[in-house]
Design a protein around this ligand. Structure first.
Ligand SMILES: [Mg+2]
Length: 412
């Protein structure tokens, strides 16, 4: 089974997606997600100019060998651009192998370890009443676990608040069409960590009082705190029994988590910006995290993320794969198959793609009773409609960024 054609498809139904499409000599099509949010065309160039010429004529069955060839053979290792490109090849080859076997991919990864994947949704509000409405709306949609993000008094626009972004964009009430304001320069948001730390524990107290002790609640710190601030927040949130506190400090300084860990029993999740198992190695070995936030798309594919999770399993560390809408339906499907198969699955982040995105990428996954399932079509279970994809050309779009009150750039 030889790779005969490889093409990179860029489409923008609501937001930009980069997809690698491999076709074998016996006509099997495999898809891989290579979307790097806000820097999409860098991966397109990496694939088109440097990877595609290496793929034609290769044996499509040799997934591990192809991965090692692209990773080690490129000499310049790691980094989000390189690893998103390798991830797309890896996903597409697993898709092809499972289609050739006539099985859904999770069967080739060891078979299902559970009936479905517990998924969490994103509730948010600029104040408590908006936040409660948003939590209720997510519960009505079937979510059994909720990420809680809230506005902070005195700050105009901050990460993860749907209504603010919708009001700014004049669009529907969701914020996943980021990078917001296509074609414009990056949008500026505000930040004040002390104001946030004063406000957040009261919000979680109110949410617990309103929705009871059982609902799993999550929160994303989005890399903004110092180690001491994160330790303080983790401690103050302990009475509200969080499922996890995510990205409490910038991931570059991994030693910071030792300090956080010494001060709080709030579970920690990290790693959505990581690219390889090497980024997780010390955090797993030292048991500084509880959940692996990697994404198939940004970690180099299914092959290395499965290895990462097998290593994490030795320490009872579970998965919490990154799943906002910039992970394309192809990437999400790959994560669902992997999550269904591994023993140490924890939870899956899940934001619904727009209706337009679902027309370009036809999917077979199921969402039922708060659980995701990748479906039982052969392969990943996603078909890319090239005609539909062609209707939505790429539009340049940036992620927002943060400034403090005095004008200093801060982590977004
Ligand atoms: Mg996050």
């Amino acid at each position: 089974m030889i790779i005969e054609r490889a093409e990179v498809v860029v489409t923008s139904p609501s937001r930009n997606f980069v997809t690698l499409r491999l076709v074998t000599d016996d006509g099997i099509v495999g898809l891989g997600d290579a979307t790097l949010n806000g820097r999409e065309l860098a991966v397109v160039a990496y694939l088109r100019d440097h990877v595609v010429p290496l793929l034609r004529g290769r044996d499509a069955h040799r997934i591990e060998d192809t991965w090692q060839f692209l990773y080690r053979g490129g000499y310049w290792r790691r980094g989000p651009v390189t690893m998103a490109a390798i991830a797309a090849v890896d996903m597409a080859l697993w898709d092809i192998k499972a289609r050739a076997a006539g099985m859904p991919l999770y069967q080739l990864l060891g078979g299902a370890s559970r009936e479905g994947l517990l998924a969490y949704g994103h509730a948010s509000g600029s104040d408590l009443s908006e936040l409660f409405d948003s939590v209720r709306a997510h519960l009505e949609q079937g979510f059994r676990a909720i990420r809680v993000q809230t506005g902070v008094p005195g700050l105009n626009a901050i990460y993860g608040i749907a209504s603010q972004a919708a009001a700014a964009g004049g669009g529907e009430e969701r914020y996943d069409h980021e990078p917001a304001r296509r074609g414009a320069l990056p949008m500026q948001e505000d930040w004040d960590t002390r104001a946030y730390l004063r406000h957040l524990p009261g919000v979680f107290e109110a949410v617990r009082n309103e929705f009871g002790p059982e609902l799993p609640l999550l929160h994303d710190g989005h890399h903004r705190m110092t180690p001491l601030q994160a330790a303080k927040l983790g401690k103050e949130l302990e009475p509200y029994d969080l499922f996890w506190l995510e990205d409490c400090t910038p991931a570059e300084n991994q030693e910071a988590l030792r300090l956080v860990r010494r001060h709080t029993t709030t579970p920690l999740a990290i790693g959505e910006v990581f690219n390889t198992v090497w980024d997780f190695k010390d955090l797993i070995r030292e048991q500084l995290i509880d959940y692996v936030r990697g994404a198939v798309t940004h970690m180099g594919g299914i092959t290395p993320l499965k290895k990462t999770m097998e290593y994490a399993a030795l320490y009872q560390i579970r998965s919490g794969f990154h799943g906002p809408t910039d992970i394309s339906p192809v990437g999400m499907a790959a994560q669902m198959h992997l999550g269904l198969a591994i023993h140490n699955f924890g939870i899956q982040e899940y934001m619904k793609h727009s209706a337009r995105t679902d027309e370009v990428f036809r999917q077979s996954f199921r969402w039922r009773d708060g659980l995701l399932h990748p479906g039982d079509e052969p392969g990943l279970g996603v078909e890319l409609d090239l005609d539909e994809a062609g209707r939505y050309p790429y539009e340049q779009a940036y992620l927002p960024f943060n400034r403090l009150a005095d004008g200093t750039v801060h982590d977004w």
